[in-house]
Design a protein. Structure first.
Length: 134
């Protein structure tokens, strides 16, 4: 599990649940909006536009995650196509979609294991001027 997820899940002492030290030099993805890959199907692109802002706001989607998020939207598209056609959805497709959902914190149980640090209140002065109070 990446160090960031361990920290988000409440491990702030530098040691994971197995007693191993957390990596100090793990690569960190750049911040900024994730861009939908060009190969994404039209239906998956619509799902991306609907859901990417939600997961980006949660801190669970960066450009480094874009390919996996796109794959999740494609799996969701397969489910939608099957349902619309009145066909059964394969267990494999459901399993794939569920695995992506867990990875992105899309289920209540997945979110319960993610603990984000509380955002500091900037105070009234900073809200209006951008200057933090001491």
């Amino acid at each position: 599990m990446p160090r960031a997820l361990k920290l988000l899940r409440g491990r702030h002492d530098g040691v994971d649940s197995g007693g191993r030290r957390l990596s100090e030099d793990e690569p960190m993805p750049p911040t900024g909006p994730a861009v939908c890959p060009a190969w994404v199907s039209p239906t998956a692109r619509k799902l991306w536009k609907e859901w990417a802002p939600v997961y980006a706001a949660m801190g669970c989607l960066t450009q480094a995650d874009a390919l996996q998020f796109a794959n999740w939207m494609e799996a969701q598209t397969k489910i939608l196509v099957c349902v619309a056609a009145g066909e059964p959805v394969s267990n494999e497709t459901l399993r794939i979609a569920q695995n992506y959902a867990v990875q992105f914190g899309a289920t209540p149980s997945a979110r319960s294991r993610v603990h984000l640090p509380k955002k500091e209140s900037a105070g009234k002065l900073a809200r209006y001027t951008g200057v933090k109070q001491a």
